[in-house]
Ligand binder design. Sequence first.
Ligand SMILES: [Zn+2]
Length: 257
Amino acid sequence: MQIERIPVLSDNYVFLLFDEQQKIAAVVDPAVAKPILQRLQALELDLVAIFNTHHHSDHVGGNRQLLRHFPNICVYGGVKDQGRIPEQQVFLQEGDTVEFAGRKAQVFFVPGHTRAHIAYYFPPATSGETGELFCGDTLFAGGCGRLFEGTPSQMVNSLNKIRALPDNTRVWCAHEYTLNNLKFALTVEAGNNILQTRYQEVKEKRDHNIATVPSMLGVEKQTNPFLRWDAPSLQAFTNQKDPARVFGKLRGMKDLF
Ligand SMILES: [Zn+2]
């Protein structure tokens, strides 16, 4: 399975999964249809599935048009998004699996950004390879999604499921927010050397308009404050111990950053 990142709108990424031998593709969170259709045509691929993570329009906006071009595709989303994702056909919940090109992805229920958000995780095909996580707007490189329909404690539970995955997992998040996220991270954990180094690397990349997605989950665990509610430095900074309170305080500060 190959994965291609397609930048759309101002800062969204749509992900095209494909198998060149079978000539089939699946798309994660198609915000719009046109650039996806162009890529499918260029690569001569047949679209077989849409994997949606949540109902926001910059994640599902291309569903209808893609379905018009490929009437037999299957449209997946979370069970609690019923009625909110255009043309949704399959209603997924925690523990379900979906298949594409001989690979199986596990579905995680990760409410917080929205009440129905799900993530798709493809474990490594063979040991030594990366796992692939499509987490929508739940976890970002260096940050996390805003809590539009959930509480800090729900989001901590959701991020805890992601944090339990192997370090060698690529995080395919849906926006290029990394530089600003790391700027914020440095304000709350200035003494984190790994974070300082990451910030410089990301700044260099963005200066040259290079994408910073996917990131590696192992790096997120070391540098993303929203996965670090039990780090002594962040507990001291927020003057809290309880994970949801540490997280909630940081998320509140980020909302105003
Ligand atoms: Zn969203």
